[in-house]
Design a protein around this ligand. Structure first.
Ligand code: FAD
Length: 462
């Protein structure tokens, strides 16, 4: 029997090939600038499906891409001519509200995860856009609006079920395969296909004091200074971020401000809403905003707040870096460069660190969080292909201009395919990188999982 027939007979999920009607939809990823055509998309429903798909790839010598929510900016979740192992159908949810733990299928998005956990007033740090996958984000970055309160997402991980390159199904936790567990917390998709995550859940919401404020761009230099000084002294419960963006053409924005450069604030208080109102008052009452929508609201609504500005299928290019600090000169440089992009979708988000992130046990995970007060996401996004070159150049120029204040480090998810192995290595630091290479040698010596921010194995192959 050919391996294709074997695969077809064993597989319980869905196998999609280029001639199948659902192919074009199934191969689409978030980043519309990337258009790859895999030979086969294996939409896996069980760990057994992942095992069968991996065996097929080995037999057929197909490159393997692994997909959760499809949000990889670099497009690592797909490939040309290879096999995509899509864990999207794995959406099981099992919550023990009393114990504050839960098991979650690797195919869930943050929107689905938050909806389920919020029924019990529980959460972990989740992605800022609801259609981001829990899998890729947990394994390779894990920041969110409330990470000053709850730390990075992987810090709440209790265990993971993993299918390794040689087809074993393992559980990784502090007690079982602890080194693999360490590596999954920040080492990305290098060590296997995760089919299920078990999280420790934390009481948040379901109602929090939160919202969005928008000022004209002319207020940015002063507002950023005020915001910096306010957040750096604020309790862990204060989360959110500041964005240099274009005011959207939405009804809640005054007509004369729509489409004009603006400065946005997302504010969230991850604690008692009444207390939040008091603590956030100076920020909420600052200046003369164009838009002020801050009130007690469902945490799930906070998590949807920037969805409209990040539509599925938009083209994007990302630059991210940790800032040692945010001095006035860095603010003025950022504000000046924020005038350069032409696409109304491009935005620069400054996210405060500190709080729980300062107290993180840095040795307990592969993710390398530097001693840092801020980080920026430069999200170049465009719908008109004619803007691609300009928006990309603006993002690169921004990164260069900010270098005097940055660590030149980022979580692996934010390191682009064009940034090279050196930046990945620098982001982990020599010690963690060496430990990750040793893990790769143990779990994936043939580099089956190569389409990612890759940790190269050292052992000879074949
Ligand atoms: C608009 C936007 C907003 C974002 N916001 C945030 C944010 O707030 N916080 C943050 O931390 N990050 C954020 N990110 C980055 C995000 O963490 C990464 O893009 C992440 O990879 C998304 O996970 P995914 O499952 O959707 O990715 P996918 O593209 O499906 O996968 C990316 C990679 O993760 C690995 N992977 C995915 N699924 C599995 C699996 N089941 N087993 C093993 N490996 C797997 C693979 O290596 C794969 O190539 C954002 C990205 C975008 C585009």
């Amino acid at each position: 029997m050919s391996t294709q027939t074997t695969l077809d007979s064993q597989f319980t999920g869905e196998l999609i090939r280029p001639d199948d009607p659902g192919y074009d939809e199934a191969r689409q990823i978030f980043n519309g600038a990337i258009d790859k055509r895999p030979a086969l998309i294996a939409r896996c429903a069980t760990p057994g499906d992942v095992q069968a798909a991996l065996a097929h790839a080995r037999e057929q010598e197909l490159a393997v891409a692994v997909r959760g929510g499809g949000h990889s900016t670099a497009g690592y979740c797909s490939c040309d001519g290879g096999l995509v192992i899509d864990t999207g159908p794995m959406k099981n949810i099992e919550i023990d509200a009393e114990a504050r733990t839960g098991r979650f299928g690797a195919g869930l998005t943050w929107g689905e995860f938050d909806a389920a956990t919020q029924e019990h007033g529980l959460a972990v740090t989740g992605g800022r856009v609801t259609h981001t996958g829990i899998a890729g984000l947990t394994l390779g970055s894990g920041s969110g609006w409330i990470d000053r309160k709850l730390g990075a997402t992987c810090e709440s991980l209790i265990s993971a079920q993993v299918v390794t390159a040689d087809g074993r199904v393992l559980r990784a936790s502090a007690d079982e395969n602890p080194e693999l567990f360490w590596g999954l917390k920040g080492g990305g998709g290098n060590f296997g296909v995760v089919t299920e995550f078990e999280f420790r859940l934390h009481p948040i919401g379901p109602i929090v004091y939160a919202g969005m404020i928008m000022h004209p761009r002319s207020a940015a230099p002063e507002l950023m200074r005020f915001y910096r000084d306010f957040v750096e002294q604020a309790p862990d419960e204060v989360g959110g971020g500041l964005a240099l963006l274009t005011a959207p053409p939405e009804e809640f924005v005054p007509e004369e401000a729509r489409g004009k450069p603006a400065t946005g604030l997302i504010v969230v208080y991850a604690g008692d809403p009444r207390e939040g109102e008091e603590v956030l008052r100076p920020l909420v009452e600052w200046g003369e905003p164009l838009v002020k929508m801050v009130q007690p609201m469902p945490y799930v609504a906070v998590q949807q707040m920037i969805d409209a500005g990040n539509p599925w299928g938009i083209s994007e290019y990302l630059k991210v870096d940790y800032l040692r600090e945010l001095p006035d000169e860095a603010i003025d440089t950022a504000v000046a460069l924020a005038a350069e992009p032409q696409s109304p979708f491009t935005q620069i988000i400054f996210a405060p660190l500190g709080g729980a992130l300062d107290r993180t046990d840095r040795d307990a995970m592969a993710l390398n969080l530097p001693e840092s007060k801020w980080f920026y996401f430069y999200l170049a996004m465009w719908q008109d292909p004619a803007l691609a070159e300009h928006e990309t150049a603006c993002a690169r120029a921004f990164m260069e201009a900010m270098r005097p204040w940055t660590h030149y480090q980022a979580p692996p998810n934010f390191i682009g395919a064009d940034e090279g192995a050196a930046r990945l290595r620098a982001s982990y630091g020599d010690e963690k990188f060496a430990r990750l290479v040793a893990l790769k040698d143990e779990y994936d010596p043939d580099n089956v999982f190569a389409l990612n921010q890759n940790i190269p194995p050292t052992v000879p192959t074949g």
